[in-house]
Design a protein around this ligand. Sequence first.
Ligand code: FAD
Length: 471
Amino acid sequence: MSLKHLKVVKRMFSTGENTPRVCIVGAGTAGFYAAMHLTKNLANVNVDLLEKLPVPFGLVRYGVAPDHPEVKNVINQFTKVAQHPNVKYYGNVTLGKDVSLTQLRQHYHAVLLAYGADEDRTLGIENEDAKNVIAARNFVGWYNGLPSDKDLKVDLSHSTAAILGQGNVALDVARILLSPIDELRKTDITEYALQTLAESKLKELYLIGRRGPLQVAFTIKELREQLKLKNCLTIWREKDFKGVEEIIPNLGRPRKRLTELMIKSLKENHKINEGDLSQKYFMPIFFRSPNRFLIDEQKQLTGVQLNCNKLMGDKPENQTCVPTEEVEVINCGLAFRSIGYKSIQVDNDLIFTPHGTVANDKGCVSVDNSTDLANLYVAGWLGTGPVGVILHTMGNAFHVAKLICEDLKSSNGLVNKGGFEEIKKALPSNNEIVNWNGWEKINKHEVQQGELKGKPREKLCSVKEMLEIAL
Ligand code: FAD
C-alpha cells in the first residue's frame, strides 16, 4: 500500500462495522478476476461491477476470435463470480458519461478501474483515412458483433490485402480472412460477417512487420493454426531469414520453437500457382515499415509504400530497426492496421502516462489525500498497457485485488457508504440498467438463435435490441 493510500484508508475509519463496498469499472477479464479474488478473501465485501455495455465479458466476448471457443470457457468462471450473493452487475452504465469518478469514490470504499483499452493506435502516415484502410480493432469488433463496429464497411472484393503488424491480433485477422468459410460457420461469428466473408475475393494476404523473424510478436500456437489452414499456403521470403538458422541454438525456448517452425515452413518452399483458383496465400514479409498509403482519385486504397529497414544492435531481442534509403510498394485494395490498442481517458481526474495507461504504482492510483474519497486502483490493460493474454491479466487483477483486500482489512470499521443505491439516484431517469438477470435473458436469446443455425450463439449486435430483451 502506498503512503498516500494508507492516509486515505485511515480517514475512512469510523467506529461502526459497515460493509466494505468496492466498485469495479469494467466487466471484462480484469474486472471479473478482481471480483473473484475479493469475494474469496473478504467475507462480507460488496462488489459492484459497472459495465458500459449491457453485456459483460469485454474482450473475451468481443476480442477473442470466434474459432477459439476454448479460450471463452473463462466465461463459466466469470458467471459464477457474478452469481455470488455479494456481487452485483450493472450493465449499460458508463464511467465518464453516466457517472463520474468523484461520485464513485464518494459512495464506495474502493474503486477499481478495469475498463481496458478501447481505442487503436494509429500509424500517423499519409492517407491513413483512405477507404479500405481499417483498424484491426474495428475488424475484430465487426466479426465479433461489437455494437459500435457492426456497420463497418469491409470490402473484400480485392484480391490482395495487407496487414500491418505481426502480433497475435494480426494473426487472428489473417486466419478469419483466410479460413474456409465452412469452418467459420460452426463458430459464434456474426451472420453478417459470415455472409461478407463467404463472398470474399481475397487471394493474397501480406503480413508486414518492421523487424525480423526473430522479433515477431505472434506466438507459436497462432502461427501453427495459420500454417495448418486448409487451402492456404504460407510463402515466406527467403532473404528475410538470412543468418536466422545459425542463431536458433542461442535462443530461449519459446522463441527457439517459434523460429524453428518458421524455418521448417520456409523450407517447404511453397510457390504461387496461378492456375489454382481456390488456393489462398499468406505472405509474411519482414524489415518493412509503412510510410504512406497510396490512393486513387476516389481516395480508394491502391497500395502501401514501405520503408525497407535494417536491424541495429547485438542481441536479437533488443535489436531496433532503422530505415534505409530503399522503399517497396505492395499493391493492395485493403489494409488492416494492427499495431496495438490504447486506453481512453474517460474522466478528467485520471492522470495518463505517455504510454496511454492510467499512472499507477503496481495498481495503486495516486489520489488526492485532502478529501475523504475512496482509494483508487487500476487493473488489466488500463493499468498494464494492452499486452499479454488472459492469464497475464488474471495475475495482474489478483495482485491488485490483494492490495484492495489488505487496505480494507487494515481498517477497523469503515464509514458508511451507500454504493450503487446512491449512484442510481444521480443517474438520468431514462437510464436503463441491465442486471445479471437481464444479461441471462440476452444470453438465452443468443443461444436459442444460434441453435437455429448450428452455432453456439448468434450475438445481438445492437444495444437497443439488447435492452429490449434484457428489460
Ligand atoms: P477488457 O476485457 O477489454 O474489459 C474492459 C471492460 O470495460 C469491457 O467490458 C468494456 O466494455 C468496459 N468499459 C470500457 N469503457 C468503460 C467505461 N467508460 N465505463 C464502464 N465500462 C467500460 N487472450 C487470450 O488469452 N487468448 C486469446 O485468444 C486472446 N485473443 C485476443 C484477441 C484480441 C483481438 C485482443 C484485443 C485480445 C485478446 N486476448 C486474448 C487478450 C485478452 O483479451 C486480454 O488480456 C484481456 O481481455 C484484457 O482484460 P481487461 O479487463 O483489461 O479489458
